[in-house]
Design a protein around this ligand. Structure first.
Ligand SMILES: [Zn+2]
Length: 423
C-alpha cells in the first residue's frame, strides 16, 4: 500500500513540475509594436516590432490615419531589430491619432497581427527646451543680417547645443566684415560660438577699409664707375609698438624702381580696417628698406617712424575722416633681446622718408672702352696714346681709392644689418 501511495505522489509531482512548462510552451504567439504613445505633428513616428518564437512577420506594416490608409516597408537593422517609420507628412493632424498594424504568421500558418494607436499632437509643447510629448529639442532661429543690400541667411540652433557662427559672410565695397553684433547686445567674433537658447539676429559688423599714404624718395648714388640697371627697392614695416595681431589685416606696400643715379619718388601705402590702422600707428610703427642683397648695392638701413596724428581719432562713420601720418626719424638699438625701435620725439616731423642707396660696382678695365675712340679720332697716335695712358693711370688710382672706401663702407653696413636681423 505504501508503495502505491508513493507512486501516486511521484506521478503527482511530475505532473506539477511539467505543468508550467507545458503552459509556457502553449502560450499564444505574439507580435508587439513598441514606441511612444504620443507623437507631435512635426516629428516622424519611429517604432520597433518584436515577435514570440516561431512567428514570421510580413515585410510591411499597415497604417490608418483616420481618413486614409496604406502600407509601408519594415526594415531590419544590423542587430536584427525590426523597425518602422511613419513619416510626419502622412499624418492627418485633424484626426488626433493614427493606427499602425503589423501582420505575421504562426508556426502552424495561422494569421496573427498586432495594432497600436498613437495619439497625434498638432505641435510640440516645449518645457525647458524639450518637448513634453515627443522629447524633441527646441530649435532657435539665428538670422544673419548684412543690411538691406543683402538677403537674410538663417541657421538653427538646437536647445542645449552650441552653434558655431558663420565666418565672413557679406562682402561690401570699401569695408571689411569684422564680426557679428547680436540682437542680444553681445558682439560675436566671426566663426564664434552662440550658446544662448533663444532666437537671435546677428547683424554684420563692418569696418571701413582705409588707405594711408606716406611719400618717400629713394636716391641712387654711384660709389663705383658703373651705373646700375633697373633696380627695385621695397619698404617694409619692421616693427610697431602694438602687437602684430592687432593689425593683422593691414597690408603694406611701398616700392620704387630706379634706373641709374638720381632721385626717385615713391609712396608707401597702408591699407586696412581703420581701427587696425589706428592700433598700428597710434604709438608708432617703423619703416625700413628691405635689404634684397643685390650684388654691388649698399642699402640705406635708416629707420623711419610713422605716427598717426594724435589729434585725429579714427571714426567708423561713413563720412571720410581726415587721416594724417606724421613722419619722424627713429632710432634703432640692437640689444641681446633683439632690436628696439624708438621715435625721435625731439625731431621735427618730415615731409617724406628718404633713403640713399649706393651702387659700388666698378668695371675692372675702364680704359678698354675709351682707348679705341681715342685712336680713331686722333691722327697723332703715339702722343695721344701716351697722354691717355697717363691720365688713365690717374683715373685708375682714384677709382681704386673710391672702391676701397666703398668696400669698407659695405663691410660696416653688412655688419649692422646682420645684427638687426637677429631680432
Ligand atoms: Zn513634440
Amino acid at each position: 500500500m505504501k508503495k502505491r501511495f508513493f507512486s501516486i505522489l511521484l506521478s503527482l509531482c511530475m505532473v506539477l513540475m511539467l505543468l508550467p512548462v507545458t503552459a509556457f510552451a502553449e502560450d499564444d504567439p505574439t507580435i508587439t509594436i513598441s514606441g511612444a504613445d504620443v507623437v507631435c505633428a512635426p516629428q516622424d513616428y519611429e517604432f520597433t516590432v518584436t515577435v514570440s518564437e516561431g512567428v514570421t512577420l510580413d515585410s510591411k506594416f499597415g497604417f490608418d490615419t483616420g481618413s486614409s490608409g496604406s502600407d509601408s516597408d519594415l526594415t531590419v537593422d544590423d542587430d536584427g531589430v525590426v523597425r518602422g517609420v511613419m513619416p510626419a507628412e502622412w499624418y492627418n493632424v485633424e484626426n488626433g491619432s493614427f493606427q499602425l498594424t503589423v501582420h505575421g504568421k504562426t508556426k502552424d500558418n495561422h494569421d496573427i497581427s498586432a495594432s497600436k494607436t498613437v495619439t497625434l499632437k498638432p505641435g510640440h509643447s516645449f518645457v525647458d527646451g524639450v518637448c513634453q510629448w515627443c522629447g524633441a529639442k527646441q530649435q532657435y532661429t539665428v538670422e544673419y543680417d548684412g543690411g538691406a543690400e543683402f538677403g537674410l541667411q538663417v541657421a538653427f540652433k538646437t536647445h542645449g547645443v552650441d552653434l558655431p557662427l558663420a565666418e565672413k559672410t557679406f562682402h561690401r565695397e570699401g569695408y571689411v566684415q569684422t564680426g557679428w553684433m547680436g540682437s542680444d547686445g553681445i558682439f560675436y567674433e566671426l566663426g564664434g560660438v552662440y550658446t544662448t537658447d533663444a532666437d537671435v539676429t546677428m547683424y554684420a559688423a563692418w569696418e571701413k577699409i582705409v588707405t594711408l599714404t606716406v611719400p618717400f624718395t629713394t636716391t641712387v648714388e654711384l660709389g663705383g664707375n658703373t651705373a646700375p640697371g633697373e633696380t627695385t627697392f621695397d619698404l617694409a614695416i619692421v616693427g610697431a609698438y602694438a602687437g602684430e595681431d592687432s593689425y593683422a589685416d593691414v597690408t603694406v606696400s611701398g616700392s620704387v624702381t630706379t634706373d641709374g643715379a638720381g632721385d626717385y619718388t615713391g609712396t608707401l601705402t597702408l591699407t586696412g580696417p581703420d581701427d587696425q590702422l589706428w592700433n598700428m600707428l597710434c604709438e608708432g610703427a617703423f619703416v625700413q628698406q628691405v635689404n634684397a642683397g643685390e650684388e654691388g648695392w649698399t642699402y640705406d638701413d635708416t629707420v623711419w617712424g610713422l605716427l598717426l596724428d594724435g589729434g585725429v581719432a579714427l571714426s567708423t562713420d561713413d563720412a571720410a575722416p581726415e587721416y594724417t601720418v606724421v613722419i619722424l626719424p627713429a632710432t634703432c638699438e640692437e640689444t641681446d633681446n633683439g632690436v628696439y625701435y624708438d621715435l625721435d620725439w625731439e625731431a621735427d616731423p618730415l615731409d617724406e622718408m628718404s633713403f640713399t642707396n649706393i651702387y659700388t660696382k666698378s668695371t675692372t678695365k675702364p680704359t678698354e672702352s675709351t682707348k679705341p675712340t681715342t685712336n680713331n679720332t686722333n691722327t697723332g697716335v703715339t702722343t695721344s696714346v701716351q697722354t691717355g695712358d697717363n691720365s688713365n693711370l690717374m683715373l685708375w688710382l682714384v677709382l681704386f681709392a673710391v672702391s676701397a672706401i666703398g668696400a669698407i663702407g659695405t663691410g660696416v653696413y653688412n655688419k649692422r644689418r646682420r645684427n638687426s636681423r637677429t631680432k
